[in-house]
Design a protein around this ligand. Structure first.
Ligand code: ZN
Length: 490
């Protein structure tokens, strides 16, 4: 209410003041003189006020006009952004075209083209992680190692592409044979991507090569954890690693730890012959003959092997041939028809000088499965039974050219190794050694069979007058000795 009253009063006062002002202006003398183009205008006081108001209005209109112009300029500016966007789009599409062409060239094996396209794509696109990938692969294919390495180093700096970079450099180091650096890089790559199967395998191989068995076992369990390894394969390989660990510890003269590791390896994979033998040795040292017997029996069940028989003999080193024969029945009653079992029994009978029993034990093995060992055993039996030198020599001559029977053969490259090892010394593959017959005749004496008539008969003169030396059969038997200490001790 008061506010309305104040407003009314203010209005009345303003009107009164205006009326008074107008009256005062009309009555007052003078005004404003304006000269325009030589003509003089004289404005009276009231006219001057009206002209001033008109001027203010004109300025306002001008300002509005200026705003409009500015808007137009903005509009034009906006048009410019659209144009630049248009150009950017063109640049992008050119870049992606180059990238696509580069990938196509890479797939068709045109390394140089791919490299050029990668460079072009890099110029147009601001996507170094994409274009560097193409550059690295193209450089690798073109054999430009320096450029490839440079690009890999660039990739390492980006989080998204670090793995690719590390892997690239690691492969280069592997190709250079710089396994120390490669191992470090493999560890790094494994830390970034523990599920990457290829990295796991490379790391495992490098660790095995460096005999870092503990590290290798950790990698192997990561492989199992991430599902790239069946559980039974893991168990077997873990056993191989545990055995390798045991052998290494044994070299360092820490027999107790080695014994434990060997027993662990044997537990993981009872059919791993060297683990069984080592575990048995451990038990024998501790005086636990029953455990040793059990371990070896289990191994024999899985794979009859001369090393198992030798270890079995060591359980009782001082027994006589008859007691030994009796004790070995426990081992040989399983797999009785296996050639290894037959040969072992035959050897034990020969040691006990029971040659007819030895012949029975061997059966027709010398005919059905003639190997150096079975033929040498036949020679020993014939000699024991008092056969003529010619007969004995005949068997020995055949033994020289016969197959050597099962050996440690690499499943990967068919390399034959004298003793079991976790990795093949030829191809470097891990756990590929199998006790089996080499796929082809590993030794073929040139003209072996043609020599037989000369060897089998009594020594005779050759054309040039020298004696054909017939190998002393006793020496051969000793040299070959059926490769088994089971017989030696008696
Ligand atoms: Zn191999």
């Amino acid at each position: 209410m008061i506010w309305s009253l104040v407003k009314i009063i203010f209005f009345v006062v303003a009107v009164a003041a205006l009326a008074l002002g107008a009256g005062w202006l009309l009555e007052s003398e003078g005004g404003i003189q304006i000269v325009v183009a030589g003509r003089e205008y004289t404005l009276g006081p009231l006219q001057s006020v009206i002209a001033l108001v008109a001027l203010i209005f004109a300025v306002w209109v001008l300002l509005k006009l200026l705003g409009l112009l500015l808007a137009v300029w903005h509009f034009l500016n906006g048009d410019d952004t659209a144009i630049s966007r248009f150009f950017a789009r063109r640049k992008y599409s050119k870049g992606f075209d180059a990238l696509a062409e580069g990938m196509m060239a890479l797939a068709s094996g045109e390394a140089r083209t791919a490299l050029a396209k990668a460079e072009k794509a890099d110029r147009y696109l601001d996507r170094p992680e994409l274009t560097s990938l193409l550059t690295a692969q193209a450089a690798e294919m073109a054999g430009d190692r320096k450029k490839a390495e440079e690009t890999y180093r660039k990739l390492v700096t980006n989080d998204a592409t670090r793995f690719v970079g590390v892997r690239g450099i690691m492969k280069q180091k592997l190709a250079d044979g710089d396994t120390d650096t490669a191992l470090q890089l493999a560890e790094k790559a494994f830390a970034i991507k523990p599920k990457h199967e290829e990295t796991q395998d490379i790391l495992l191989k490098l660790q095995a090569d460096k005999e870092d068995w503990k590290g290798a076992r950790a990698t192997l369990s990561a492989k199992l954890k991430h599902g790239s390894l069946p559980r039974d394969v893991h168990k077997r390989r873990d056993a191989v690693l545990a055995l390798s660990e045991a052998r290494k510890i044994l070299e360092e003269d820490e027999t107790i730890e080695a014994r434990e590791a060997a027993i662990e390896a044997n537990r993981l994979s009872p059919d791993l012959i060297p683990a069984a033998v080592m575990a048995a040795h451990g038990y024998i040292e501790k005086g636990q003959k029953r455990y040793a017997t059990r371990v070896l029996k289990k191994a024999w069940e899985a794979q009859p092997h001369p090393d198992v028989a030798a270890a079995f003999a060591e359980i009782e080193p001082n027994e006589g041939p008859a007691e030994r024969l009796k004790r070995f029945v426990a081992l040989t009653k399983t797999k009785a028809d296996h050639p290894e079992t037959k040969m072992l029994m035959s050897e034990l009978h020969i040691a006990a000088e029971d040659f007819p029993a030895a012949r029975r034990a061997l059966g027709d093995l010398a005919e059905s499965d003639p190997t150096t060992r079975s033929l040498t055993l036949m020679a020993a039996i014939e000699r024991g039974e008092g056969a003529s030198d010619a007969v004995v020599q005949g068997w020995l001559a055949r033994a020289v050219t016969a197959s050597r029977g099962p050996q440690w053969v690499c499943d990967n490259c068919q390399n034959i190794m004298g003793a079991w090892a976790p990795t093949c010394n030829n191809c470097g593959a891990f756990d590929t050694l199998t006790w089996k017959r080499p796929p082809s005749a590993e030794i073929a004496l040139p003209g072996g069979s043609e020599m037989l008539p000369l060897l089998v008969g009594a020594p005779e003169q050759t054309k040039d007058g020298t004696d054909v030396t017939v190998v002393d059969d006793a020496d051969v038997i000793e040299a070959e000795d059926m490769g088994n200490p089971a017989v030696k001790s008696s």
